[in-house]
Design a protein. Sequence first.
Length: 150
Amino acid sequence: MSVESQATKLWGAYCLASGHNGPVPDIDQFGDTVELGDELLALVMAGIKRATCCLARDFTAEAMPKPGDHWIITDGRGTPNCIIRTTKVELVPICVVGDAFAFTEGEGDRSLAYWKREHDAYFTRQAAREGFVYDDSLQGVCEEFERVWP
């Protein structure tokens, strides 16, 4: 079964159980490797990871996340596993992300130092792939969410 078919099935089950309706939302994974995708999905499923951060440059104004948006989250191999709903979005320079957000993101020891080290490394890899220069003054999209299905 294709990723799209699996996502449609997962979305249909959620809509049937919740009464929600609408088109199948974006399908994505956290992280940029199979291992990281699996690790971060496990944190979401355990209720530990309840936030994420992307660079604002990754979105058009129309596609900027907003409260109420849904995402289908996959494991590191692209298999849809759960649905999350955005609850809060803040645009802030990466260098001013605070302790509370780092804790809510739920990764590593949940400290700001860990968050900063790992996100600087992630965004540096992204910059190398996409041909831009990363520095921590770039705007981040700090998004909080809840897992709504299953």
